[in-house]
Ligand binder design. Structure first.
Ligand SMILES: Nc1nc2c(c(=O)[nH]1)N[C@H]1C(S)=C(S)[C@@H](COP(=O)(O)OP(=O)(O)OC[C@H]3O[C@@H](n4cnc5c(=O)[nH]c(N)nc54)[C@H](O)[C@@H]3O)O[C@H]1N2
Ligand SMILES: Nc1nc2c(c(=O)[nH]1)N[C@H]1C(S)=C(S)[C@@H](COP(=O)(O)OP(=O)(O)OC[C@H]3O[C@@H](n4cnc5c(=O)[nH]c(N)nc54)[C@H](O)[C@@H]3O)O[C@H]1N2
Ligand code: SF4
Ligand SMILES: [Mo]
Length: 859
């Protein structure tokens, strides 16, 4: 079988993948992002390409419809809104997961033809602060770094980045470089201990949003110790004096770090020439995110540590095409090809190239404001493409209500059911990864082709084609007569050439003559050319700018600080990664990391549920008691939605507070109250058919034999069988029951023709049960007595929660191997195979080894 060369649709590392229609997935050894490596999510892509749950034809008001009918309705509703309420009454909310071609067409449609810039994207929640920080410092949104810089550096500072879980292949590249050259130092700046911390020489547990104070302190230290590069500053940088003066006004201890920690970090930074500072959402998603970015860049500019191999600030992008989206001017305050919407010459240049009837005269609404406008009734027609705002935006329940308030809502998605799709008037079926063609740009500006290797399912269409269909029906057919993504790409490259006299950084000339079909992964501006090597920046005078930034007042609050982020094996709202059972098995429930002292104060013990609440809403999740999180700080993952949980989506707790310059929401620092959720019963279900996530607490996930679910309730039901039948589809099944004398512990097994199709275990305390074992019985003819025992026989030990997703190795198997003498990650690999495929679980293997290590004194 020939495998197709394509690129992973998850994170911004942009790994090359070799894929086959039978689900074969391999890392592409020739792709310069990964040289053959893949992480657990990439490796499991083959499990996510099935058609279960897919949206296969357009739907209007919940009923199947033809494309003509759906597109006619779209055009009619958008045209009517523009006619009656003006172009600002319509909006698109799009995504950094769209391909460059989809993104280009969507922007041309809104900015050049509708004539309004109300097209914002989920990049607002992701990269917006970095964009503004770059523009303030460099004059353009330029990411100067390359992946090789990370391998060349002598010091890598990871700020607000859980690279081990969120950019795993980059993390592995760094780990390999450090192993080969142990003098390389790594500093991890994060209020939390994460899987990334394991690789760090120094972990700085910064206070939430203490980063500006920390980097201002560094700048002051560099100035005080004569570590600045006066020549570089003189030739290439403005604003240095003001920035240093302002930095000196901050007390570095407001970062939450002790004097000796500060001294160690500052000494290391000052004494190391080759420093790369990598930053991600702990920096961007903050009410002072843009200032954090500039505080970091200031230190690089002041020391001339930029534009040279192994040095520089490096904002790693989250989504597969976060970078491409910025290139085509995806957001509401951008124009195409790194041009500025506020600049009349730029607008005229783009309009002339498009030959369009109009051009958006000013920036449009940024995400949070856009949904506020929906709530206020100002938006009459909304089109959501490739994103799930009813889950991922702050005040998620408020956003869901705002969407309901829009008279006409269309959602383009690959899945029939999403929290946002459930609110739509029209659903438009998009082709997904593996079925569509186009290009994406990764964190190091490398453009790779996504290529189709699967047939188009049902009547799905690629996103660019759907947009062209609507534009054509609105009367703009000539401008949207693209026949293929390669034609769109060609126009995008031509626009870059036509506007080259504006002298922006975005130089795509390297793509001018490429053969799109065979395009190999290619970095702009030109393979090998380094930004800022010549000291040339993009402000009018060719210099860079240091910004005076000032640390925010430390937040005094009685409530807990809620920090949010990601799990290793899930992608955002789980619409794709949730389909792979082995990814779901890593962390199968929404949870809150809480410090042991705080848990004790709330009388929460292991296995209990915790209720988080504030003025915006409430969530109920499992308590995960750990000192990975600091006292008075709670961390929850962002992944759970209304589709898999009854109370586990956490953005209904997030205040819509944004950075004043970038409009990026502060998703990592919200006030929240916490209390024990006083469940009167706890339940666990395993079922062949899909489980229903309903009740006071419920969280369901796919399992290797069907589905598994955790449940809890505030009132004990009268009839357990009734309750269980309401959660799982076991119509016509016979039931066997085991119960203790007072009826508090109940175990039910449902059979259809002797096959076990469902099990339900309830108890007044959190259910202790060998879950992987229970799940493995579904679909077998195990008799009731054995099934309901809830234990595996001695001949079949229960592997426990999955640690290594690739090779399906559970925590109990690993503990046994450690007890039997495996004392290193390598030894665990030999004994159990764990960690020997993608390696994403190695940090967890290390921490398990540390936990299980026999104390020296006991030996
Ligand atoms: N597995 C997985 N990988 C992903 C994704 C996914 O959904 N799943 N999504 C992708 C996307 S779109 C993105 S944007 C990236 C995000 O990648 P990351 O930014 O690395 O991931 P997060 O978990 O959101 O947050 C990173 C860290 O910021 C820390 N943090 C919180 N507040 C502060 C603070 O004030 N200062 C500092 N210094 N740190 C703080 C958090 O504790 C957290 O550990 O991941 C990408 N990769
Ligand atoms: N609390 C909190 N909230 C956060 C964050 C956080 O750290 N904390 N992180 C923020 C960040 S950085 C990000 S990037 C966002 C991500 O948040 P979202 O973008 O809302 O999340 P996704 O689940 O990636 O949504 C993508 C949707 O597109 C669909 N889809 C997949 N492929 C295609 C396709 O080819 N075409 C179409 N039309 N649809 C497709 C999927 O089924 C899914 O419904 O969340 C943000 N929200
Ligand atoms: S690191 Fe993992 S998720 Fe990111 S692109 Fe590579 S394989 Fe995909
Ligand atoms: Mo993101």
């Amino acid at each position: 079988m020939t495998l197709t060369k394509t690129v992973c649709p998850y994170c911004g590392v942009g790994c090359g993948v070799l894929a086959g229609p039978d689900g074969t997935i391999k890392g592409d050894p020739e792709h310069p992002a990964n040289y053959g490596r893949l992480c657990s999510k990439g490796s499991a892509l083959g499990e996510t390409i099935g058609l279960e749950g897919r949206l296969l034809r357009p739907q209007i008001a919940g009923k199947d419809a033809g494309w003509d009918e759906a597109l006619d309705l779209m055009a009619e509703k958008f045209s009517a809104a523009i006619r009656e309420h003006g172009p600002d009454s319509v909006a698109i909310y799009a995504s950094g997961q769209m391909l460059t071609e989809d993104y280009y067409v969507a922007n041309k449609f809104m900015k050049g033809y509708v004539g309004a810039a109300n097209i914002d994207t989920n990049s607002r929640l992701c990269m917006a602060s970095s964009v503004v920080g770059h523009k303030r410092a460099f004059g353009t949104d330029t990411v100067p770094g390359t992946y090789e810089d990370l391998e060349d550096a002598d010091l890598i500072v990871l700020v607000g980045s859980n690279l081990a879980w969120c950019h795993p292949v980059l993390h592995q590249r760094i780990a390999a470089a450090k192993e080969a050259r142990p003098t390389m130092k790594i500093v991890n700046i994060d209020p939390r201990k994460t899987a990334t911390t394991a690789l760090a020489d120094l972990h700085l547990r910064v206070a939430p949003d203490g980063d500006v104070a920390l980097f201002n302190g560094l700048l002051a230290h560099l100035a005080d110790t004569n570590a600045l590069d006066a020549g570089f500053i003189d030739r290439h940088v403005n604003g240095h004096q003001a920035a240093v003066t302002q930095a000196r006004l901050d007390d570095p201890e407001e970062s939450g770090l002790a004097k000796d920690e500060l001294a160690e970090f500052y000494g290391l930074w000052a004494g190391t020439e080759k420093v790369v500072t990598v930053y991600s959402q702990g920096v961007n998603q903050s009410s002072c995110g843009t200032d954090k970015v500039n505080a970091i860049i200031n230190c690089h500019l002041a020391t001339g540590r930029i534009g040279i191999p192994g040095m520089g600030p490096f904002s790693v992008t989250g989504q597969p095409n976060a970078m491409g989206g910025r290139e085509v001017g995806g957001m509401a305050n951008m124009l195409a090809n790194h041009l500025d919407i506020e600049n009349a010459d730029h607008r005229a240049g783009v309009q002339a190239f498009w030959n369009s009837p109009t051009i958006a005269p000013h920036a449009g609404l940024k995400a949070v404001d856009l949904f506020d406008a929906c709530a206020a009734g100002k938006i009459k027609a909304l089109w959501v493409i490739s994103t799930n705002p009813a889950v991922s935006l702050p005040d998620a329940d408020g956003v869901a209500n705002a969407i309901k308030n829009v008279p006409f809502v269309a959602v383009s998605d690959i899945n029939a059911r999403t929290d946002t799709g459930d609110l739509a008037d029209v659903l438009l079926p998009a082709t997904g990864w593996g079925e569509k063609d186009g290009s994406v740009t990764n964190s190091e500006r490398r453009v790779s082709r996504q290529r189709a290797f699967l047939p188009t399912p049902g009547e799905a269409r690629p996103d660019w084609q759907i947009i062209c269909g609507v534009a054509t029906r609105m009367g703009w057919g000539d401008a949207f007569a693209f026949g293929s993504p390669s034609e769109v790409f060609a126009e995008y490259i031509a626009l870059s050439a036509a506007t080259e006299n504006f002298e922006r950084d975005l130089d795509l000339s390297i793509f001018a003559d490429v053969d799109y079909a065979d395009l190999i992964p290619t970095q702009w501006p030109q393979n090998g050319r380094r930004f800022f090597a010549d000291g040339k920046f993009y402000h009018a005078d060719g210099k860079a700018k240091m910004l005076p930034v000032c640390a925010p007042e430390p937040k005094e609050r009685d409530a807990f600080t809620l920090n949010t982020g990601r799990n290793r094996d899930q992608w955002h709202t789980m619409s794709r990664s949730g389909k792979a059972p082995r990814l779901g098995a890593h962390l199968a429930e929404p949870y809150a990391e809480i410090h042991p002292d705080d848990a004790a104060a709330l009388a929460i013990t292991s296995g209990d549920l915790i209720k988080l609440s504030n003025g915006f809403g409430a969530s109920v999740v499992r308590a995960l008691i750990t000192d990975r999180t600091a006292k008075r700080q709670i961390f929850t993952p962002m992944h759970w939605t209304r589709q898999q949980s009854s109370a586990g989506w956490i953005n209904n707790l997030a205040a819509p507070i944004s950075d004043p310059f970038s409009g990026q929401p502060a998703s990592k620092n919200n006030a929240v109250d916490a209390a024990k959720f006083d469940a009167k019963w706890y339940g666990f279900a395993a079922s062949a058919a899909e489980l229903n996530p309903k009740g006071d607490y419920a969280a369901v996930a796919r399992s290797l034999s069907g589905w598994q679910g955790e449940y809890a309730g505030l009132t004990v039901p009268n009839d357990w069988e009734d309750l269980a039948r309401g959660l799982m589809d076991v119509d016509g099944a016979t039931v066997s029951e085991a119960r203790d004398a007072d009826g508090r512990y109940t175990r039910l097994a449902f059979y259809k023709d002797e096959t076990l199709v469902g099990m339900f275990f309830a108890s007044p305390t959190p259910v202790t049960l060998a879950r992987t074992h229970a799940v493995s019985l579904i679909g077998t003819a195990t008799p009731p007595l054995q099934a309901l025992a809830g234990r595996s026989g001695a001949d079949q030990p229960d592997p426990g929660a999955t640690v290594c997703a690739c090779l399906n190795v559970g925590i109990n198997t690993l503990r046994t191997a450690i007890a039997e003498g495996a004392n290193s990650v390598e030894a665990l690999g030999e004994a159990t195979c764990a960690g020997t495929n993608c390696g994403s679980c190695k940090p967890e293997l290390e921490s398990l080894l540390a936990q299980c290590a026999v104390p020296m004194a006991a030996e």
